[in-house]
Ligand binder design. Sequence first.
Ligand SMILES: [Zn+2]
Ligand SMILES: [Zn+2]
Ligand SMILES: [Zn+2]
Length: 383
Amino acid sequence: MAESESVPDPLTEHDDLVSGLADLEKRFSEGKVQQSEFEVLSKQLKERIARAEQQAYSAARKNEAIAKRLRLRNYSDPEVQQVISHFLKSRGGLLVPEFGADRVPRYPLENEGGRTFTAEMPLLERMGDIGMVKKTLYERIVSCPNCSAPRDVFLRFKCTQCGSIDISISRMIEHVQCGTIHQEKAFLVGTNLICPTCKKLLQSKDEYRLIGVVCSCNSCRAQFEDPTEGFYCRKCKVDFDLPTGNVVDVHSYTMTSVALDEARRFLGVNVLAKILSEAGYEVVSPGLLPGTAKEIVFAAIAKKEDRTFAIDLSQSELEVDVEPILELYVKLLEANITAAIFGAVPKLSKRARDLAALHNIRVAEAPTPSEVGSKILEIMITL
Ligand SMILES: [Zn+2]
Ligand SMILES: [Zn+2]
Ligand SMILES: [Zn+2]
């Protein structure tokens, strides 16, 4: 491995924990672990996995070797693939957010077959951590310190004396020629501006100057120039200001050239899906199946008549190791399918192949995704 020995490897810890979880789930499925014990242990393991993963991502920001290893794993993630295929289709164009009624930024992606897929900010930020995308500041949003959402947050201008928001804000205007300074309403006659002192009609914009604003409070009658600025969440009925609110940076994204190159080599699911659909299978990629807690996501689901196949694909420079096999195995514990097939480009490590055999996972190994696709097809026909 490329890392220097002084740098601890957060991915190894993560992988060990994932193996530990798979092992636990296997022992549970064989009835060797009690339900209550299983629940406690698996909850602990999942928390530790999440923490280790977080550490790996933050390490990736400073360590390109870790970033690259994480990128290679992520190319087989269906959501990441959707984002990448958007960039491939738009030739690396800028991905900008849209703000819905909840004011949460979402990123609409160009998609094959006209289906819309929207990427959420956390996914893109993670892709940024590992150098798949480059981010540029696009906007900042203020979210409530209580409910963490930006949806019901309003900017408030308040009286400096009593804090009321019932203040009148008037613009101060100077008539340049005679020097009269007054509130705008003193100049307004209908829609015209007429100087209250010299009675001249002000027709062009350079006859008068905007000096500033003056505020008066309708509750306590105080007059002041700069109102107190703050925020208010209508949902939580909470007042807050800049130091106590959460200001979230919203980015636009472009794909890095390194990741574009990698993606062309490592993305194979679309090729594979095409081969299977041409052979009469109904292919969905990413393939979702209902699980006990949440949906289970496979690289693809292929269906024909009453048979359902779950397919995962992983690609590596030399050989694919145990981790993606373990992931597939864990997913299979919850899924109701005819068979699972794992595609590896170019091949599996011996450990990974043994593990797949042990868990009854069929494997298709070949140098390219399209050859893997043909092999998967052969396997499916015999099942
Ligand atoms: Zn709130
Ligand atoms: Zn007041
Ligand atoms: Zn005047």
